[in-house]
Design a protein around this ligand. Structure first.
Ligand code: ARG
Length: 405
């Protein structure tokens, strides 16, 4: 445990060493000194614990109370503007799930991937929600975590009764009525249903978000396993819909329907900010909390066994590329990657799925070009001198490397 002064000293020292750590860069000593209580000073520093202890952080901070974004607005505003590349004096966030509101979609509103020359794909849309009544996960006590899980049980009971969802709730909280053992938990992780042990994530650990593992952690799973709610991960709730299919509308609309049901049933409601939209622990997710993705095979763009080329092509399209096992995981052995629009903030939910559809369309075009003439595309994206296929084959992920989504 460091004192506040020690933390400040360390942060100031890191400014020169960590140019890419947004929280460290956005920490303003004069603003910190202007805070009128020790409680507030400690509160701000706690938000930066993860970025201070993990120099390689990109974002480097998490909110600990739903109100932190407003309480420490000068800091978070700077961090949000830097990460999301927006000027909040000119742009503001709003939420809108109505696909008709998004520009650039096919006339009939159908986001049909077969129209892009693609087969049925694994599709997934998720969002995060936090219960207004509780601190965010970084500041929860063990009791808070268990109480939050308990507060969700009546909501899950309603979903289970509802024919459109059904299913069950499973918990890894010791002595919970729906407790599953380690073996069952590992099976669910392997099936990409349950989340991984958060203690293994050093960012979440430093933030206090992984604390008291596995207390207050569990997962609601619909009867058809296509709708899942994680409880007690980085946000109180991670709500997601997945399906192997051809119409992105299906997962998007099912998620919207479910959010409406769940938000209404939560006692006290979910944390929302007038200025920033959906409140999430991590500022990277604020606004919509939404990540919409498809799994797509890019054998051409990943022929060198790495995702470097796919990432270089995807970035200007506003798309992120990751492995099938979730954040920070390697690409699949067959060149299958997970593609999602990077933006979550100052964009609407409808615009995110539109960005996914149109982005995938352009990415597919690049992939097709690449299959025709791999050297041309490599040259276009400035990677012609990078990794030769033979030399990097070993860096591909094996199936066994891929765990929870
Ligand atoms: N805290 C980490 C960083 O700053 C991860 C941020 C984004 N990922 C997330 N799961 N919220 O690099």
């Amino acid at each position: 445990m460091c004192s506040n002064d020690e933390k400040v000293e360390q942060i100031m020292k890191m400014k020169a060493e960590c140019p890419d750590n947004i929280a460290i860069q956005c920490f303003d000593k004069a603003y910190y000194d202007s805070l009128d209580s020790d409680e507030k000073k400690s509160g701000l520093l706690k938000c930066l614990d993860s970025g201070r202890e993990n120099a390689d952080s990109g974002m480097g901070c998490y909110a600990n109370q739903p109100a932190d974004y407003e309480t420490y607005e000068p800091f978070f505003k700077a961090a949000l503007e830097s990460y999301h590349k927006v000027n909040l004096a000119e742009k503001s966030h709003s939420n809108n799930w109505d696909l008709k509101s998004a520009a650039g979609l096919p006339e009939d509103g159908q986001l049909d991937v077969t129209k892009l020359g693609l087969p049925a794909l694994s599709m997934r849309v998720r969002t995060g929600r936090n219960l207004k009544k509780f601190p965010l996960p970084g500041a929860m006590s063990k009791e808070d975590r268990c109480n939050m899980e308990a507060a969700m049980q009546p909501v899950f009971a309603e979903l289970i009764k509802n024919e459109a969802y059904g299913g069950k709730y499973v918990s890894i909280t010791p002595e919970h009525a729906n407790f599953i053992n380690t073996e069952e938990y590992n099976e669910l992780v392997k099936a990409h249903i349950m989340f991984k042990n958060m203690d293994d994530d050093s960012y979440l650990k430093s933030a206090g978000i992984a604390s008291d593992w596995p207390h207050g952690r569990g997962c609601y799973i619909s009867e058809d396993k296509g709708f899942i709610i994680w409880v007690g991960e980085e946000d109180h709730l991670r709500i997601m819909c997945m399906k192997k299919g051809t119409l992105i509308n299906e997962v998007f609309e099912r998620l919207k329907g479910a959010i409406d049901v769940v938000e209404k049933l939560i006692d006290g409601g979910c944390a929302m900010s007038d200025k920033f939209g959906v409140v999430t622990s991590c500022p990277t997710n604020i606004g919509t909390g939404m990540r919409a993705s498809v799994h797509i095979a890019l054998p051409g763009l990943t022929a060198d066994g790495t995702d470097a080329k796919a990432k270089a092509v995807a970035k200007p399209l506003g798309l992120s590329v990751r492995g099938l096992g979730g954040e920070h995981t390697p690409i699949g052995a067959d060149g299958t990657v997970d593609i999602s629009p990077s933006a979550r903030f100052c964009i609407t939910e409808a615009e995110i799925v539109a960005a996914l559809y149109n982005g995938v369309k352009l990415l597919k075009e690049e992939e097709d070009k690449c299959v025709k003439d791999p050297t041309d595309v490599a040259a276009e994206v400035g990677l012609e001198n990078k990794a030769k296929p033979e030399a990097t084959e070993g860096r591909r992920a094996s199936k066994a490397d891929v765990t929870a989504a």
